[in-house]
Design a protein around this ligand. Structure first.
Ligand code: HEC
Length: 132
């Protein structure tokens, strides 16, 4: 096999992903702003999410570091990533994020993510969860 062919075969999966019409997700442009608006109120400093799960969502390094129990993002696979499953409502209702409790909504600390935003998070993970 020629070098050129080997290169092409390695490129193919990446091109397929980019070719799906979804475009490339940028962490800085598309993802951290969502976390800043919807998650950081509880997942930073003395917020309850930071205190109970020790999950800080203030920047890429912390998001990838995960909770005291381990990583929440598995690069390349949204379905293996607790962070995705939790925001997409694929877990037990008690651990949906942002928390779907009356108190958190009433206190203005919980806002549901739109399907579009949830899909962006999924795509970001599937595309390798990069700090791009
Ligand atoms: C109103 C406060 C609040 C907001 C807003 C919030 N969280 Fe949380 N989060 C919590 C609390 C409290 C826990 C700990 C739950 C527990 O372990 O019982 C938690 C835990 C988590 C965990 C760890 C779950 C586990 O199994 O250990 C993840 C992942 C998470 N949150 C993601 C998010 C994401 C993503 C957002 C934004 C879309 C978000 N959270 C918004 C309060 C919040």
């Amino acid at each position: 096999m020629t070098m050129a062919m080997t290169r092409l075969m390695m490129l193919a999966p990446a091109l397929l992903i980019l070719g799906c019409g979804q475009g490339e997700i940028s962490y800085a442009r598309d993802i951290q702003p969502v976390f800043d608006s919807y998650c950081v109120s509880c997942h930073a400093g003395s917020g309850e999410g930071a205190e109970i799960s020790e999950y800080l969502m203030t920047d890429y390094e912390n998001v990838m570091k995960g909770t005291k129990h381990g990583a929440m993002v598995v690069a390349g696979s949204r379905m293996s990533s607790s962070l995705y499953l939790i925001v997409a409502g694929k877990t037990a209702p008690e651990i949906h994020m942002p928390p779907h409790t009356d108190e958190s909504f009433a206190e203005g600390r919980g806002y549901e993510l739109s399907p579009d935003t949830i899909e962006k998070i999924g795509l970001w993970i599937d595309q390798g969860a990069r700090n791009n």
